[in-house]
Design a protein around this ligand. Sequence first.
Ligand code: HEC
Length: 269
Amino acid sequence: MKIISLKSVLWITALVVGAQAQAQSVADELAKYRAMLADGNPAELVEAQGEALWKTLRGPKNSSLEQCDLGKGAGVVKGAYAELPRYFKDANAVQDFESRLLYCMVNLQGLSRDELVAKPFSAQGERATDLEALTAYVVGESRGSQIKISQKHALEKAAFARGQQTFYYRGGPYDFSCASCHSTTGKRIRLQDLPNLTDPVASQKAFATWPAYRVSQGAVRTMQWRINDCFRQQRFPELKYASQTSVDLITYLAVMAQGGVMDAPAIKR
Ligand code: HEC
């Protein structure tokens, strides 16, 4: 019994080969584009904006952020991002970089947490928010530093465990978890490669390259933004900026990326 003709077999084969070639050529073009842009990453301007802000006297307490303790002692910025999230005694909590930044802006400068978290991310085409600019500056000071996340404190271990649970937690209208999209190698949605975040090498690469300048949005996007956007893709309720769940997930991702070398702000499509 003949199910399909030889002609249609040839036609289907040609179609599949053609589609593969097309996907490959688009991937090649994207790689070229990235290489071209890496010579002059627009994130550098945002880093400069952030560095100036870091050193400016601001807020009701008229002080700069230079005394902010990012975990390596007050005033030490170099390499600090690569060791976050971590437990902070003064806050009695595990904080990722952006939560720690909020803590310093509130406690050192007297700024309002509510006002800061009301609009943490810039809209397309807008100037970077203070949180984005400060984050770009501080992460840039960890370029070349090894990701080294402490898991000694009980709260650090608890944050990782909850983060892992959240990563595998399925829900929403599609019954998706983070793992639904991020636990197989070679998966893609349209033309976007989906990193396998259960693989150490892919996790290192992903963590090391955020925050990033997003060409498609003309803006520097932070790790909090990244997680927030994936929550949206997962059709989960909106993730609150610097919430416990966001810190837990970032702790999970950071621990999975142990030993990677920071190379951010990177540049992404
Ligand atoms: C519906 C599929 C989907 C789900 C579910 C999803 N993501 Fe993503 N994620 C993506 C896509 C698509 C990208 C790449 C986006 C791009 O290239 O613009 C991405 C990118 C990322 C990145 C950055 C990787 C890199 O190398 O730049 C991280 C980190 C990440 N996701 C974490 C998560 C976490 C944590 C969750 C669960 C809260 C999650 N994702 C859920 C689709 C998903």
